[in-house]
Design a protein around this ligand. Structure first.
Ligand code: GLC
Length: 554
């Protein structure tokens, strides 16, 4: 798991047929950008956000058929071609599995909602009302809430029962305690493995199992920013039985060599992520994604990750399809939005992302420094997020990929499903490929460096105090090789003292070209600069270092 994963949001990547939506043939046409071509990024795997038939009420995370491809994206034959083309380039293919819920249009639910008997009656979480109000209306079985707002229960007049939906009412939760449902899911997983996929991303996996009796959750007096935060989610996720369920799933996946998975942890903390981890089965935690652009925040986040993940293997993600893109967030912190600062932040952030310990997950477009687009509420395509009174609009981070400087950014010849980023004329792959100092060039260099470096791929990590509060510094070490990463978060400048090593430190990469060399044991770190330095000589361990030399925190 020391490769780099690239997340593709298929609807926004590349459109081959002019309907304004990205599709699988479009992705196949652009694989050179990813790996196996002369100017490729050099990633090792793609994670495809859902490509299954879906009414798209939640961006494809509402699946109508687990074993087919939505016509918007192409056909199963296109998927087969994609898998083959990826494998020729040594790219692994990771599918998104949404197994907490289906779409309300899935045939299982269409039948399940009709009656309390029949083969699919038990496939979902049906319950009788807890009572009836004065107007004769049914009252929900418990106090559980939907993440997207309102009660998690929806009344079904045909069955005269409620069903549970942790997300939209059009996303009923399946019942993992039903043996027939389980068998269907595992057969589906096996089917994709047999088709040649190399792994899965498990959507909100820690919500699969609910407490058997579905008791109400305790209310929390001081809730967070959304109603969901007003409860302790003691019974609607993270149940002990989940471990056995995951073990069943992992046995199926593990039977196929070379496969791996990554679980999307739903609203739980880093301790939960660590507890679900197993070799070949990564689990996202959200610490880095939620870290603000300051050296102190990143230092604290990295220290927390290293403590929690000691002896295990974490993931690294700064952006994904559910959050504002990291460059946009960091620019807000810096209160600067000009293209030069934007590029500098993108490069500095990429340096951290690709040199920390763990498996990096890049989000399409970040390699050209893409920022959020602004989509007014009235034009929003993310129907799920619209239900949240005070919530983020995820369309902003799902803009079409900018391939060229054309009016439609080389993404489509038709009307794009979301607006083309306004800076696409100057921020696009074609333009950046031609420039040695672009964000894309920096990503390529970083990926190549990482690939050839044992310390960066697999080494241990130790934070280093270089005496400047605006500079983050850490060492990666493997045997007697060491790599040092230093990053300045602000717009100031100044020299730092490098940690003691028996040999000299050599600059191997800087985010600001041309790099400046070391001056004795010191180096200047310019505004928003990220520098990677190597030494082959053993380090002087802390404790034996001379007074005033920077200390290394293990
Ligand atoms: C995951 C997905 C998100 C989706 C939710 C419900 O969090 O990443 O996009 O809305 O699951 O399926």
């Amino acid at each position: 798991m020391d490769g780099v994963v690239y997340q593709v949001y298929p609807r926004s990547f590349a459109d081959s047929n002019g309907d304004g939506n990205g599709d699988l043939p479009g992705l196949i046409d652009h694989l050179d950008h990813l790996a196996g071509g002369p100017d490729s990024l050099g990633i090792d795997a793609i994670w495809l956000s859902p490509i299954y038939p879906s009414p798209m009420l939640d961006g494809g995370y509402d699946v109508m058929d687990y074993s087919a491809v939505d016509p918007v994206f192409g056909t199963l034959a296109d998927l087969d071609r994609l898998i083959e083309a990826c494998h020729q380039r040594s790219i692994r293919v990771i599918l998104d599995l949404v197994m907490n819920h289906t779409s309300h249009l899935h045939p299982w639910f269409v039948q399940s909602r009709q009656s309390t008997t029949g083969p699919f009656a038990d496939f979902y979480l049906w319950r009788n009302p807890s009572g009836w109000d004065r107007d004769g209306r049914p009252e929900p079985p418990n106090n559980w809430l939907s993440w997207f707002g309102g009660s998690a229960w929806e009344w079904e007049p045909q069955r005269r029962q409620f069903y549970l939906h942790t997300f939209l009412p059009e996303q009923p939760d399946v019942n993992w305690r039903c043996a027939a449902l389980r068998a269907e899911m595992w057969a589906m997983v096996q089917g994709w493995l047999d088709r040649g996929v190399d792994g899965f991303r498990l959507d909100v996996f820690n919500a699969f199992v609910k407490a058997a009796e579905l008791p109400s959750n305790p209310e929390i007096a001081a809730g967070g920013s959304i109603p969901w935060d007003g409860q302790e989610h003691r019974y609607d996720k993270d149940q002990p039985e989940l471990h056995d369920l995951l073990a069943e799933f992992r046995r199926i996946v593990d039977a196929r060599p070379g496969t791996s998975t990554v679980g999307e942890l739903f609203t739980s903390g880093i301790e939960a992520a660590v507890a679900y981890w197993a070799p070949r089965h990564l689990v996202f935690d959200w610490i880095l994604l939620e870290t603000a652009w300051t050296a102190a925040s990143f230092r604290a986040a990295i220290a927390a990750r290293e403590a929690a993940w000691a002896g295990r293997w974490p993931t690294i993600a700064l952006s994904n399809h559910d959050h504002s893109r990291h460059v946009s967030r960091y620019l807000d912190t810096l209160d600067r939005h000009d293209p030069a600062t934007s590029d500098a932040v993108a490069k500095a952030a990429a340096t951290i992302e690709l040199t920390l310990r763990g498996t990096p997950f890049l989000y399409y477009g970040e390699e050209i420094g893409a920022r959020d687009i602004v989509v007014p509420r009235s034009r929003a395509r993310d129907r799920a997020a619209l239900r949240m009174a005070d919530w983020w609009n995820r369309d902003g981070c799902r803009a079409p990929m900018a391939w060229t400087g054309d009016a439609k950014a080389g993404f489509t010849t038709g009307r794009p499903w979301l607006p083309i980023p306004p800076d696409a004329a100057s921020r696009n792959v074609e333009e950046q490929r031609a420039s040695g100092s672009s964000v894309l060039a920096h990503y390529r260099r970083l990926l190549a460096l990482r690939r050839g470096s044992r310390p960066l791929r697999t080494g241990e990590l130790a934070l280093v105090d270089v005496g400047d509060p605006d500079v983050l510094a850490y060492l990666r070490r493997a045997n007697d090789e060491a790599t040092l990463v230093v990053v300045r978060f602000g717009l100031g400048s100044g020299e730092i003292e490098l940690p003691q090593a028996a040999g000299p430190w050599k600059v191997v990469l800087s985010s600001l070209e041309p790099a400046t060399p070391t001056i004795g044991s010191r180096i200047e770190v310019r505004p928003l600069e990220a520098i990677v330095l190597d030494t082959v000589a053993p380090l002087v361990e802390p404790g034996s270092s001379v007074p005033d030399a920077p200390t290394i925190h293990g």
